[in-house]
Design a protein around this ligand. Sequence first.
Ligand code: ZN
Length: 71
Amino acid sequence: MTGAEHATGEQCARCDAVRDVDDPATALTWSREREPGDAGPGRSLCPSCVRAHTRDIEARLAPSWWAPPQR
Ligand SMILES: [Zn+2]
């Protein structure tokens, strides 16, 4: 890297928001995820992107996932 990385805090992988390490309540709502096979530190997502990302994941679930158990 070229040294452009932030020395403190993490950056959102989607919107480049910087995690405020001085605000534990907000910092705790950040999410870290790692792609399979990715040996790196993974990606961080800010709270708002976590919500959007979660919706993306849920939207991708097969309709059968939401269906009640078959009897
Ligand atoms: Zn974000």
